[in-house]
Each structure stands twice: as structure tokens, then as C-alpha cells.
Design a protein around this ligand. Structure first.
Ligand code: GDP
Ligand code: MN
Length: 350
């Protein structure tokens, strides 16, 4: 198979110029996959696809996590999906990281789930979804199997990658001082997070974190201009794809932030997602230029797809589905994309 040398960026050389040398350098990085045994097929297809587009040349390991033990059948299916990749299968500490903390009223949480179900809050009535969001927000980076890594790439069942990725995104992040990378930015459903924004703003005040426009903070990107910056515009980075620093979430600052959010119980009484939590956390603790938009990575999760445009000159040998589709969120008029806001924000903060 063809190896692509460590290009600094997604520069697409013609096939004949590609080196057959394996990459010389490697980051302390792994794919992180939280998944259930029942999602075996979906995650196998993600892995086969990712190996083909990227990892056959780069050989990063996979860390699978689950609150139930992985079955032998599941493990065998993963090995079959990528026979040469190193894989580790980890159990989540159910009591510490997938259970109710003492300060949460479980019967009130059950009432809230019922109410969210009646009100059509997406996944609000699903108990496991709350635990999943809380785990992804506050705990995954502490799993012992991730101890020796600095970077992760989150992978979910049933996702698709459309372009050859011919450079190492982890090394790119390292070199350019990035700590968080995304592909899709969208608006969150407001009914899932009624009090999140106010909680975060109060938190920032209590810790004297400068979230004003004057600082270099990412935070104002999330302010809603229509309300004079007093509310949330509901933009967030979609967390089913993330290439990011584990140490960002392991920092005392982020831990303090997560604990503050957790104490409210609203991972259970509301349906706070790990995507807005990560995004607003990044907002508090990162500057805009520490966040990277992987425009060159063609990607689809569920119904949302990003494909690098021809004009952008980004993405190598993409095989995106042809034709314009309402599913592609690259169009500026797509109803809940935050890409236009992102581009504008990056320009003004340069
Ligand atoms: P969505 O992307 O918001 O629709 O949520 P998903 O159902 O895809 O869940 C997000 C991620 O968490 C996926 O990788 C799932 O496989 C994983 N996940 C969700 N619920 C559970 C669960 O109860 N147990 C485990 N082990 N993984 C879960
Ligand atoms: Mn998903």
C-alpha cells in the first residue's frame, strides 16, 4: 500500500509524487470509541472506512470503551475490521463514571425524563443517553487505557469519511498549537439545554474568566448577536467527530468547570449534551486560533455531511456523494449550520 509522508497540511500531491516511506513521526494518540456490543456492525463499517482513508498508512491504535464488558464476538469483529491495528477494550467504572452521583435525585430525574419524552426533547427520555453525555463530557479522558495518550480522535458507529487523509492530523494539531478540532458546527436544540448558557456565564463570572469581546477568548463566538450578546446562539462543534487534546479536558480548569456543571444535576434533569459542554468549555479556556476546522476531512454522521468544496482546494481524492443535497451542511443557507458564523468569527479575531 502507498504511504504518505508527513505533509504538514492536506496538500494533495499527484499519486506519482507520493512517497512510499512510512511516517517517521507519530503522536501519542489513539482513536477513542465509546460503543455498545449491539453496534458492532456500525462501528466495524466506520473502522474499515477509516483504515482505508487514513489509518492503513498511520497505524494509530483504537481504544474501545463500554460500561458493559465487550463480548468475544464484538472483539473478533473489530479485529476483523482492521487485522493489523492495535486495539484495546476497556470497561468503564460503572459506579464512578456511569451512575448517579449522590447529589442527583433519581426519582426527580425519572420525572424529568418523562416530561422530556412528553415534550419531544430528543433522547431526553432515554436514561442511558444521559449517562453517555455525562461520561463524554467529564470522564472519558480519565479512562486508564488513555493514560499514555495526549490526543484522541473520536469515532462513532456508522460514520463515513470521503477523502484520503494524507497527513497526520495529530501532528498538525501539535505543530500549529491547536487543542480542539472539528468538522461540523451546528445549532443545538434549545430544549435540551434550557439552563446551560446561564450556568456557564455564571460560572465564568464566579471564576473571573474574561468572556468579553475584549479578550482573545473563543467564548464570544457563542454569543447571540440578535440579543446583544446576552444569550447563546446555540452553535456548537459536533462531538461525534473530534480530534483534540486529552490534556485540555484533564486540566484543572476544565475539571472545575465540569464539576460545576455536574453539581446542577442537569445532565439528568435536562439533557445536556457533551457537544455543547465541550464547545462552551473550549470557549472558556481556549483562544480562537487554538481551534481547528478540518475543512479537508469529508465526513458524514447520520444525515449531516461535510464535503470539501472544489473551490476550497481542500481534501485529497474525495469521493463525496454527487449533487447538491439538503443533507450537506456546507450550504450557507442550511438552516442550522454555524459555518457562516464560524468563518466570520475567525476573520474578525485574526
Ligand atoms: P447521537 O450521535 O447523539 O445520535 O448518539 P449515539 O447513539 O450515536 O451515541 C453517541 C456515542 O455513544 C456512540 O459512539 C454510541 O455508540 C455511544 N453510546 C450511546 N449510548 C451508549 C451506551 O448506553 N453504552 C455505550 N457503551 N455506548 C453508548
Ligand atoms: Mn452518533
Amino acid at each position: 500500500s502507498t504511504y504518505y509522508d508527513n505533509y504538514d497540511e492536506a496538500v494533495c500531491l499527484p499519486e506519482v509524487l507520493l512517497t512510499r516511506q512510512p511516517p517517521k513521526e507519530k503522536a501519542k494518540a489513539a482513536f477513542v470509541v465509546l460503543v455498545r456490543n449491539s453496534e458492532q456492525e456500525g462501528i466495524a463499517s466506520s473502522i474499515i472506512n477509516l483504515e482505508d482513508k487514513f489509518n492503513k498508512n498511520f497505524h494509530y491504535p483504537y481504544v474501545f470503551l463500554n460500561e458493559e464488558p465487550f463480548t468475544d464476538e464484538f472483539k473478533a469483529a473489530m479485529t476483523k475490521a482492521s487485522p493489523n491495528a492495535r486495539m484495546e477494550f476497556g470497561l468503564i467504572d460503572k459506579k464512578k463514571h456511569w451512575g448517579y452521583p449522590s447529589f442527583v435525585d433519581e426519582s426527580y430525574a425519572a420525572q424529568c425524563r418523562e416530561r422530556m419524552g412528553a415534550n419531544g426533547v430528543m433522547f431526553g427520555d432515554k436514561e442511558s443517553y444521559h449517562h453517555m453525555c455525562r461520561f463524554q463530557s467529564g470522564f472519558f479522558f480519565d479512562h486508564p487505557l488513555l493514560e499514555n495518550y495526549d490526543w484522541y480522535w473520536r469515532v462513532e458507529p456508522g460514520v463515513q469519511f470521503f477523502c484520503d487523509i494524507t497527513y497526520d492530523p495529530f501532528l498538525y494539531m501539535q505543530k500549529y498549537n491547536k487543542l480542539y478540532g472539528f468538522v461540523v458546527t451546528l445549532k443545538e436544540m434549545p430544549e435540551t439545554i434550557p439552563t446551560l448558557w446561564d450556568t456557564v456565564v455564571d460560572y465564568a463570572k464566579s471564576r473571573r474568566i474574561d468572556i468579553s469581546l475584549k479578550g482573545r477568548s473563543l467564548f464570544p463566538f457563542f454569543r447571540d448577536e440578535d440579543f446583544h450578546g446576552n444569550g447563546y446562539n446555540y452553535c456548537h462543534f459536533w462531538s461525534n467527530f473530534e480530534i483534540a487534546s486529552l490534556n485540555l479536558w484533564r486540566s484543572p480548569a476544565y475539571r472545575d468547570f465540569f464539576n460545576h456543571l455536574d453539581q446542577t444535576g442537569n445532565f439528568f434533569y435536562e439533557r445536556w449534551g457533551d457537544a455543547p459542554v465541550h464547545s462552551l468549555g473550549a470557549g472558556l479556556f481556549l483562544e480562537t486560533d487554538q481551534v481547528h476546522y478540518f475543512e479537508d476531512i469529508g465526513y458524514q454522521h447520520d444525515l449531516y455531511r461535510h464535503c470539501p468544496s472544489k473551490e476550497s482546494g481542500k481534501g485529497c481524492r474525495c469521493s463525496c456523494p454527487v449533487g447538491t443535497s439538503k443533507e450537506s451542511i456546507d450550504h450557507d443557507n442550511y438552516y442550522d449550520t454555524c459555518l457562516p458564523q464560524w468563518r466570520k468569527w475567525v476573520k474578525t479575531s485574526e
